[in-house]
Design a protein around this ligand. Structure first.
Ligand code: BGP
Length: 499
């Protein structure tokens, strides 16, 4: 097989909270992302900062209209530019455009009695625009933006009530868009909830807004496992109702799988098993529940030995068993190693352990994400061997600090090098026998960074004239990579396999 499989789904992916903006338009409610201060004034490597948010920080955010320190409120202004952007993607030949629905555009507070028609209409228009060009929308139902009301009044996914609110939201959107959307993803990087409980789970870990007298806030092991369990139940409900509403709908899970490439630092058996266990806890827990329909034994052991078992209901276990996902989608950016003598840290892009002496390249400073194209083949084989489900790469990409040159161009050779190298190993994995539905590049247009809130960390083929300090015309310009990715799509990957 010289090319990628026939019908391979090429495209790109964005998320509402980073792309859309329009944070207070069209009846939209406020979300966690709208209250996330950017890292403009802190070290971008200080990943823990993201979670060090208190109730007082949120209250302060709610008082201001600022869009510079709260850059996700503005994003790349896709709310007003989506037609122009989708046209550019269509001209590149996109088969699929992954985007997310902002929950708070549909239910501004999550617990509202009725959905917001203006929000529903907005996504009708966006999907119509995609379909007009033959682009299939792939929709993430929840991508890092729980409505703020869930944080302040329900304790996010620690609360069982959130399951019902989420399921109702899903019911409304799946029913509304059933003739326009075939592919759904439940939660973006659901396993990131373990590292970023606020953005992914709507939970404050410093204090407890619901009960300030609770000295341990929301951070007990038991609470955490309850939150993970609640999300698993919500996932199963979503799969079930999607199938009931639209028998042709395909619901997938979405995990960050950079952390599947957590290699043992050396052959010390403790590092070998430690690496494996890190992958089990960070990836396979959600993968096993979503794909195999069972709570794995290694998690039950933790529950037992740490006395942190959530209250599990028999009917819900049955629901989980009967409603597994149709495909496994994931993001892959980088790899790391596990050494028991060095701690693990993490951010949106994946886990960070000890530097790998064999993976010498990194993305440019200040982000310095290890560049490991071979890792994607490893990850794909592991996931496919374990779940035997079609895989879908729905995020892979590189963030670079880019400026127009004197002639008004951006020569982003390194981006194309990164993409081509990864695609070569995706192709190797396909030759290994892995079933892969497609490849979606993360951030085909510059958007605000998920992890650091910077505009400066640009991923796009399309440049957006907007800067960290909030200035810029929002004009779109094509980088050199635009034509090259277009050629990859046109030749179904042949252009890279023979370069
Ligand atoms: C993933 C997120 C995306 C995206 C990407 C890059 O984890 O799903 O939302 O932004 O990471 O991360 P960053 O924007 O922090 O560079």
């Amino acid at each position: 097989m010289k090319q990628f499989p026939e019908g391979f789904l090429w495209g790109g992916a964005v998320a509402a909270n980073q792309y859309e903006g329009g944070w207070n338009e069209g009846g939209k409610g406020i979300t966690v992302s709208d209250c996330a201060r950017s890292h403009l004034d802190v070290d971008v490597q200080d990943y823990k900062k993201q979670n060090e948010v208190t109730t007082a920080d949120i209250e302060e955010a709610l008082k201001t209209q600022d869009e510079v320190y709260y850059p996700k409120r503005h994003g790349a202004d896709g709310y007003h530019h989506y037609k122009e952007d989708i046209k550019l993607f269509a001209e590149m030949g996109f088969k699929v455009f992954r985007l997310s629905i902002a929950w708070a555009r549909i239910f501004p507070n999550a617990d509202d009695a009725t959905p917001n028609e203006e929000g529903l209409k907005f996504y009708d228009d966006v999907f119509d625009e995609c379909l007009k060009y033959g682009i299939e929308p792939l929709v993430t139902i929840s991508h890092y933006e729980p409505p703020i009301n869930l944080v302040l009044n329900y304790d996010g996914w620690y609360s069982r009530e959130v399951i019902d609110m989420f399921v109702r939201y899903c019911e409304v959107i799946v029913d509304r868009y059933k003739d326009k959307v075939k592919y759904w993803l439940t939660f973006n990087e659901v396993n990131n909830m373990m590292i970023n409980p606020l953005v992914a789970g709507g939970v404050l870990t410093i204090d407890n807004p619901k009960d300030p007298s609770d000295p341990i806030g929301s951070t007990t092991e038991k609470d955490k496992w309850l939150a993970y369990y609640n999300i698993c139940v919500a996932n199963a409900w979503t799969v079930k109702l999607c199938r009931e509403i639209d028998k042709d709908a395909q619901v997938g899970c979405m995990l960050t799988c950079s952390s599947v490439a957590t290699y043992p630092y050396d052959c010390n058996p403790d590092n070998v098993f430690g690496a494996y266990n890190t992958v089990r806890l960070n990836n396979f827990y959600f993968g096993d529940v979503f794909c195999l329909g069972e709570i794995p034994g290694y998690v039950k052991r933790i529950w037992r030995e740490h006395d942190c078992a959530p209250e599990v209901r028999e009917d819900e276990l049955q629901l989980i068993k009967e409603n597994t996902v149709a495909f496994f989608s994931f993001s892959y950016y980088r790899s790391t190693t596990y050494d028991q003598s060095v701690g693990m840290d993490g951010n949106t892009g994946g886990l960070k352990g000890r530097a790998n002496p064999f993976v010498k390249e990194c993305s440019p400073e200040p982000w310095c994400w290890p560049v490991d194209p071979k890792g994607i083949r490893y990850v794909m084989n592991i996931l496919y061997d374990r779940y035997h489900l079609p895989l879908f790469i729905v995020e892979n990409g590189i963030g670079l600090d880019e400026n127009l040159d004197e002639t008004g161009h951006i020569h982003d050779e390194y981006r194309m090098y990164y993409i081509k190298e990864h695609l070569k190993y995706v192709h190797e994995a396909i030759l290994d026998g892995v079933e892969c539905m497609g490849y979606l590049y993360w951030g085909p247009i510059d958007v605000v960074s998920a992890g650091t809130g910077e505009m400066k960390k640009r991923y796009g083929f399309v440049y957006v004239d907007r800067f960290n300090d909030g200035h810029g015309t929002l004009e779109r310009k094509l980088k050199d990579s635009y034509e090259e990715y277009k050629e990859i799509i046109e030749t179904n990957g042949d252009s890279i396999l023979h370069s």
